[in-house]
Write a protein that binds this ligand. Structure first.
Ligand code: GDP
Ligand code: MN
Ligand code: MN
Length: 251
């Protein structure tokens, strides 16, 4: 497989047609996977915002004052308010905010960015990244689109790209029922191929001033496997999430 970044994309502004901008710069093939950083999807969808739009309510002020008791410097109240408004559940509020967004993704600060956002205080994630992916896909000759974000993970240092939206592909590649080299049947492996493609794309996109938010994955061999639409875990079967809930309500 081959990955390359789409060159010469401009600073993205509200109303920009990302599909058209991509189409004008690369000759896409139907089986290409187009990975788009959520940052530019958000910018095109007008998700940049100013602090004045998030006057802090009591919950935000409470989180800020609890934080101040434990650390020297907490986030500003308007930022916490924005995180709360983007979220359906706060899993951790100290020493960082870990929340579930309205579309089911769990991330620090609800994925709200303060970098690569000129002339605004913050950039919210797209409202429905899979719907964004579907809209972008409609404007492209490529059949698959993944919307990515850079995200931290538990147990390990460092951030990496994950898929927060997708269209034209199942996020999981299901190996269950296939066999390993010894003929032993695989019982549980559903490979998150959407996350793996997002991570590869993110590797090329960079995190700073590279200006390469769109990466094309070409000639990826999907193989003959089952598919799984499951991506974000359901609360009922998410052991880690339930443990965090219990810990958060510890008193
Ligand atoms: P995120 O991972 O979606 O939060 O996005 P990042 O802030 O890490 O940016 C990913 C890539 O997109 C980096 O190469 C940035 O320089 C680039 N980028 C961000 N915004 C823009 C933009 O408006 N135009 C262009 N051309 N590149 C951008
Ligand atoms: Mn981000
Ligand atoms: Mn990034």
């Amino acid at each position: 497989m081959e990955l390359f970044a789409v060159p010469d994309l401009p600073e993205i502004r509200p109303g920009h047609d990302l599909a058209a901008l991509i189409r004008e710069r690369v000759d896409l093939r139907p089986d290409d996977v187009v990975c788009v950083a959520s940052t530019v999807v958000s910018k095109a969808e007008g998700r940049a915002a100013d602090r004045s739009e998030f006057p802090a309510g009591p919950r935000a002020r409470e989180i800020v004052s609890n934080r101040a008791a434990e650390t020297d410097e907490g986030p500003p109240p308007w930022f916490v308010q924005a995180v709360l408004e983007e979220s359906v559940e706060v899993l951790v509020e100290n020493p960082f905010l870990l929340t579930e967004t309205r579309f089911g993704h769990i991330g620090v600060n609800a994925g709200i960015d303060r970098s690569n956002v000129p002339s605004a205080d913050l950039l919210l994630l797209p409202k429905h990244p899979s719907e964004s992916a579907a809209r972008i896909r409609e404007g492209l000759p490529a059949d698959r689109v993944v919307v990515t974000d850079t995200c931290g993970r538990p147990f390990r240092h460092g951030q990496r790209g994950v898929a927060i939206g997708w269209a034209g592909l199942a996020p999981g590649r299901d190996w269950r029922g296939e066999t390993d080299r010894d003929g032993r049947e695989l019982g549980i492996t559903v490979e998150s191929v959407a996350d793996e493609l997002a991570a590869a794309a993110n590797l090329l996109a960079g995190e700073g001033d590279d200006g390469t938010p769109v990466v094309v994955v070409r000639d990826f061999e999907w193989g003959d496997h089952g598919e799984s639409d499951a991506h974000f875990r359901e609360v009922e079967t998410d052991v880690v999430r339930r443990a965090i809930r219990a810990w958060s309500n510890r008193g």
